[in-house]
Design a protein around this ligand. Sequence first.
Ligand SMILES: [Zn+2]
Length: 151
Amino acid sequence: MAGSERDRRAQRRARQEQRERSRAWARGERPSGPARPARPGPGPVREVSVAPAEGDFPPEELRVPSRDEVDGLLMRYAGPLVLDGAVRACRDCGGYRDWLVLLRQDNVWLRCPAGHASFEPALDAVWFNRNSGPVDGRHPTLEAGIEHLGG
Ligand SMILES: [Zn+2]
């Protein structure tokens, strides 16, 4: 194909030029030409205060609190919880589905549909964060949160 012939010729020419440059370099010649301009050093640093402009943030009622601003996080966990290879069941009633999971200070608590709550040492904040979705609401009390989740 004519195109590939042209490519080959261009490659040969490029290799030839490269060889000539290498030989010239070996002879101690250096390419002449304009010297590179000195790179400008860092200029003086100025402090700029950037105040958040009106409208940078959504209105207060639409803001979701960050995880540091709440006492705890609550989510529903519908399926059976398998911990260390065993399905976790409520010690009091044997329920094993529809958990409410509470994260409080890196401790995870489980609450069965009947309202029995227990500390779950096998779970932690990392597990909670991996299994929970984004925060979608804020409640003044734990009870209000439980009620909101239908617990
Ligand atoms: Zn129970």
